[in-house]
Design a protein. Sequence first.
Length: 260
Amino acid sequence: MTYNNILLETSDAIATVTINRPKALNALNRETLEEMLTCFNELAQDRSVQVVIITGAGEKAFVAGADISFMQGLTPDEGKVFGRLGHAVTRTIENLPQPVIAAINGFALGGGCELSLACDIRLASDNARFGQPEVNLGIIPGFGGTQRLPRLIGKGLANELLFSGKIIDALEACRVGLVNRVVAQDRLMAECRELAVLIASRGPAAVRLCKEVVNNGMEMDLHRACSYEADLFALCFAGAEQKEGMMAFLEKRPPKFQAN
Ligand code: CAA
């Protein structure tokens, strides 16, 4: 499948999705979001892909937000449809069976910051900038920022960003836990790929179960979440992966896992 606004490249079980509208700093209009939805739904079915990386084209932006030119003339009803489309994309990413790494290579503002929040792991280049500047446009974040940002960095810090619309740099984003680490821009994709290769070398079913239990468990109370973890832990013993992984350890050799 070819797309007008995104690039999809797959090699060695790692799919890289690049938002490709560099002239508009990769801003998300309806067509881009629709293409992302199609692409991520297809990746969800692709058992050969074990890790997904999302990034933005060019050296300046990951995604500078939802497309303001597109949103300018929207009615409330159209705004709702557009917001729901953004939610469908972020929820699809969050629910992908594969881990998703955001390679944040520049501005991650508004819908761009929200896109990164839907990913499982965020690495940033040193020129990355983060913020939810929506209040400066007379709107609120519409792709989950009011909910995922406080859950990730805490309500007080999130409120400061959400209410002020201020932009923070990559080091500050790292300090508050918005990204895992900051690397030189020319190292960003290599670092993301190294991490993706490491994840792809682990038991694929175990990695998928880990993602599932973290995401679903975070929405439960601790007691129910631990009971859920116990169920999925038990499930591991029904599969070939646990047998191979433990046998390999005892035989002092690396495990050979099958892609599932
Ligand atoms: N939507 C549409 N176009 C955008 C855009 C966006 N979010 N961000 C940048 N662009 C376009 C600019 O209009 C410009 O286009 P032209 O060359 O045709 O004029 C081009 O990208 C380059 O941008 P700038 O000239 O502005 O570049 P800069 O280096 O001077 O500034 C910037 C960079 C600080 C990121 C600035 O572009 C900016 O503030 N962008 C908007 C950021 C923003 O407010 N994002 C939130 C959007 S609302 C949202 O996302 C809602 C939601 O939650 C769903």
